[in-house]
Design a protein. Sequence first.
Length: 646
Amino acid sequence: MSAIVLPRISRVRLTGFAPLFEKTIEIEISNQPHAFLILGGNGLGKTSILQSIVFALAGIAGHDLQDAREDSRFKWDMSYFKERVKDPQNSEVTVEFYLGSTRLQVRRGLSNESVRGICINDGAWDNSKQAEKKYEDIVIRDSRCASLRDFRYLVHRLCYLPESRRNIVWDPDAQLAVFLHICAPAGVETQIREKVARWRSTYVEMRHTQTSITNIKRRLEGAEVSIAAKKGSPARREKNSEESIRSRFDSAQKAFETNVAEISAANARIVSFGRALNDLAEQVESEEWNLAALEENFVLRSLRDTERREAALALHKMTILHQCPYCTQHNDALSTQASARIATDLCPICGLSHITSGQPDNLAATKEVLRQKIELRSNLQAELTQAHRQVNSLREKNAQLEIVLSEASAQLPRIRRDEKVGLSEDPEDLRRMLSAYENEYRRLSRASSSLKADMEQAYADVEQSQARRYSSIEKRVARYATEFLGTTCTFTRVAAKNVDKDTPFAFDVLVPSFEGSARTEPQQCSESQAFFLDIAFRMAVLDTARDLSKCSPTLICETPENALDMAYADNVAQMFAKFSEAGCFSLLTANLQSGGVAEPLLKKTKASRDRARQIFNLLEVAKLSKVQQDARPKFEKQLRKLLHAS
């Protein structure tokens, strides 16, 4: 299965950004993994540079990338740039970046979202109307995304963390999407996202239908009371001829709901078995390495034991030189046989029981532990297979029940497209309408349950098959988070509904857990903890993506230095340093100030000339306010300190 390749930024050029920048912006980033800093003061354009880079790579953050429920402030369009520059038509941003071994340059103007030009590797620029389509094709091919939308989503949502601090950790929908993009086969995220969209639409329609049912019942009650009052007798409802059909429908509906619940439980077991199998696979692998080391030590001990005897020369020839001890001809088969006999406590020459000065430590115990784990793995695999069979059987039963429900539903009253609730106050009309709306509610409820079951099974299949990748993210985020907090932090799997009650189906998300408590809400952490724990999660995902694709990505991040004290600044710098050591890049903003993250980050680089290559100084190109102009000597003094601090 192909792994997603995310962009590594190597060069940025911004032209025509007056009055924000008085000069052309030229940023060049070396090809050695590190944190590159855009240094400046308040209002000098740090955010605008990062937004321009993201815009060049992936266009605007439009509605197509986000959930309809999401805060509109996270959506930005061309007006964002047009409000900041004098001449959008002649303003451009060009970004050079790598997707694997392909070097791309893309150019966009600030008057519209279209790609103005594209250059691939050392080829010529294509500035034609075909540049947009050419860019889309090359990005899909080399990023290995299923669509350009997927690439844009990953750039905007995973690779870029803006100052607005829009997290992934406490957003189950985003965490699910990121996990599916990075860990699942291409296209699976799209399939589940489309099912989620259909479920949400069905759910909204179901709620509207329930409201209509409540209103009809209230009006029917009023109409019956009114008629009864006029006749002078209690209101009486005539027996409905649909009751037998409805009874059959309700019975099938109940069986359907029970069946769906059983499918959900079986899928939960599949996920649980998949996780347990992954853990056991890692344990078996570890035990196998341990056993191999013990057996190797056993062979070495056997060699040492026999070196003092006359058989030493023959043994040396067979096991080390791969020679026959008699004729000295090269013989790999003889050498392999001798080594195998030694490993099983037999004489390497005759194959009979061989007595050494002692058995290797823990060899028998290690073999027994390994045997037990392999047996447990086999049992779990059998249970997993049984769970899959159960799901398949239940889904077949579901299909049969849906046929029964569909046939019964067709005989019950339906809502006509041209029918409006409220035109009639006649009890018989209201009863017929009530029956039709209740029937529609049942249909929508059944559709909602089916969609949930489909989503849960699709997710269960992915998590089971990609358990090792999920586990990799889990372990890496714990390392990065612990580095930041300075105390042990794990990321615990919790039900998504414990984080967001509107989650469409049952799946787990990772939330930070430290000091004995799982933090299921960002409010359970301090402002800086919530932000940097989210960065730790992104680092873990990007690190995993790099490990899978063997291609280094860039994390683009606006650092919230105001949320940090001096102690945490060092921890954050250490966290980014670990990210660089893993082969990943960071493009960060930072203020020229004492006590921020810039100083501890740059201290990781010893030579001042190398530090100078890791920064871009906005003081040289941005339009300074009078306050900043007066303080420029202080800024420059701080810059010298950053470049030369020991």
